[in-house]
Structures are given as C-alpha cells and as structure tokens.
Design a protein around this ligand. Structure first.
Ligand SMILES: NC(=O)C1=CN([C@@H]2O[C@H](COP(=O)(O)OP(=O)(O)OC[C@H]3O[C@@H](n4cnc5c(N)ncnc54)[C@H](O)[C@@H]3O)[C@@H](O)[C@H]2O)C=CC1
Ligand SMILES: [Mg+2]
Ligand SMILES: [Zn+2]
Length: 276
C-alpha cells in the first residue's frame, strides 16, 4: 500500500495544515484540487458541523471540515466521491474515502442514541462519546460479501436497477447478525438469483466508502438450481460465456477484480492487481 496517504489522529488545536471540505459524499474542489490551506478555509464563513484531524498526505497534516450543507465557495465547486474514484489519483481517493466515512459518522453521531445528550469526540482515539451516560461509538463499518459464481466457462452476473445501462456485476450483500460471511454468501446467492453454490473460497477484501462497507470477496462454484430473480433487487441475471461478457463494473471495484482474476486464471493470462 502506498505511503502518500496515512490515517492518524491529529489534534484540531494545532495550527496550519491542509483540509478537505465534505458534505454528503461530495467534496469541495478548485483548480488546485480538493486540498485547501486550512487557515484560509477558517476565514470563510462555512456552516461547520465538525472538524476532524484525518492523517497525513505526502507527509502534510490533513483535516476534515464536515459541513451542514454544501455551501457556495467562490472559485470552487462540489464533486461527488464516485467521480474522484474514476480519476487517476488512488491515494487522493483513499484519503477522500476515509474522510467521507469519518465525516458521515461524526455528523450522524452528534447526539447520543441512548439518552439524547450531545456527544463529544474522544481524545486519543477515533470515537464519539456521551459524557452523560458513557455510550461510545466507533466509525461505522458494514461487512458485506461479494461473490463471483461460475460454472466452468460461464460467469453468473446480475444487474441492479441502480447500475448504468448494460452493466452486469457479481452478487453482493450485507452480513446479518449471527451469520458467518460464508453463510451470508450462500444466503445472498440463494435470495438474489435462486441458485445453490459449493463452499465459497475467500479471495480478497476492499474497503468501500459507498457508504461504509468492508467488501469480503469470494469465488464459488455453482451447485444447482435455475436462475430465479429477486425482483426488488435484481433486474436481470444470466450466465455469460467467458468470451462474450457484458459491460463490467468500474476498474477500481473488487467486483471487476474478481471477474478479471477468474478470466486470467482460466485463460492463463497475468493476474490483475486489486486496487487498494
Ligand atoms: N466494491 C464493489 O465492487 C461493490 C460493492 N458493493 C457494495 O456492497 C454493499 C452491499 O451490496 P447490496 O447488493 O447493495 O446489498 P444487499 O443485497 O444486502 O441489499 C441492499 C439492501 O440492504 C439493506 N441495507 C442497507 N444497509 C444495510 C446494512 N448496513 N446492513 C444490512 N442491510 C442493509 C437495504 O434495504 C438495502 O436496500 C453496498 O455497500 C454496495 O455499494 C456492491 C457491489 C460491488
Ligand atoms: Mg445485493
Ligand atoms: Zn447518552
């Protein structure tokens, strides 16, 4: 993993440094990029909900300004996190992915869910704390499985109504309380497309900030059953021949990686690299 971006706890009382400005999965951007001189931002009258120290980018301290609403700043515009993902700078995307998760978590934990008192950021760790009743919350992470199901030279790919036209992907879903990831894989495949699989094999993982998933990637061999779609989530699912694949998900996704890894092993090509 590259060292340009490193998360760290920084004290907001320190002066100087850089800052990113976030609101609802969007970041402020100008001709110099998404990092702004922090002291300059402080002189603007921004609707600040919280300021958080994030870590270091190219060795420089970086802070987060989490806003209540996407305010207008002259000479700057707002850009969504997905757009940053599609651009070339992986380290900047990792910084912004972290920032969006911390900012969303902080803004959604301003009040204690147990007693309703205002929460405080805790010194020395990334946690929100209720001084009245002692409840403590850490950044939200949702374990999710993602699986490529195959049958020899055929790949089972599906599309959700949310996807871009023509794009098909691997199956994914959130882990439920009390189940193992392997049980989740079998359940989601059964629920979404109605087929049974053999024991899934773990491949790799990816942090996915849309909005706070930890993707655990698997491969599974088909074991039986015909495709039956889960109508609320799956618009279409099919077996695609290895040499006749549809449009695939973004290069930066583990979905794409799982597909390309299978193709490379099947066809004897060099293996792809999982984007960090
Ligand atoms: N990096 C990648 O390659 C990919 C990542 N993903 C991510 O995987 C995750 C799960 O995929 P989906 O098919 O959307 O999940 P899913 O199949 O479990 O269904 C989504 C539904 O689950 C419910 N839900 C939302 N948040 C939840 C949570 N934290 N725990 C339990 N249930 C929840 C909602 O009703 C939502 O409509 C999403 O974050 C998605 O962005 C999905 C495909 C590719
Ligand atoms: Mg799903
Ligand atoms: Zn409380």
């Amino acid at each position: 993993m590259s060292l340009r971006w490193q998360a760290a706890l920084l004290d907001p009382l320190m002066a100087g440094g850089w800052a990113v400005v976030h609101c609802r999965q969007q970041f402020l951007l100008d001709g110099n990029g998404a990092l702004f001189p922090r002291d300059w931002l402080k002189r603007l009258d921004l609707p600040l909900l919280s300021e958080q120290g994030l870590g270091h980018f190219d060795g420089e301290p970086v802070f987060l300004f989490e806003l209540d609403f996407p305010a207008d700043v002259p000479g700057a515009r707002w850009q969504g996190l997905r757009q940053f993902m599609q651009e070339d700078d992986r380290d900047l995307f990792r910084l912004l992915g972290y920032a969006t998760q911390i900012g969303t978590w902080v803004s959604q934990h301003r009040f204690c869910g147990s007693c309703g008192s205002p929460m405080q950021a805790r010194a020395g760790e990334r946690a929100m704390y209720c001084p009245a009743c002692g409840v403590q919350h850490y950044p939200r992470l949702s374990p999710s499985m993602i699986v490529l199901v195959t049958r020899g030279d055929e790949l089972l790919l599906a599309r959700s109504p949310r996807f871009a036209p023509g794009v098909y992907s691997t199956l994914a879903g959130y882990v439920e309380p009390g189940e193992s990831v392997e049980q989740c894989v079998a359940r989601e495949v059964r629920e979404e497309v109605g087929v049974a699989i053999h024991a899934p094999q773990y491949i790799a993982s990816q942090g996915w900030p849309f909005p706070h998933s930890l993707m655990l990637g698997f491969h599974a061999e088909y074991a039986g059953g015909d495709i039956v779609l889960q109508p609320e989530e799956i618009e279409d699912a099919r077996w695609f021949a290895i040499d006749n694949l549809p449009a695939l998900p973004a290069r930066q996704s583990i979905a794409r990686y799982l597909i390309e890894l299978y193709l490379s092993r099947r066809l004897g090509h060099p293996e792809p690299v999982l984007p960090g």
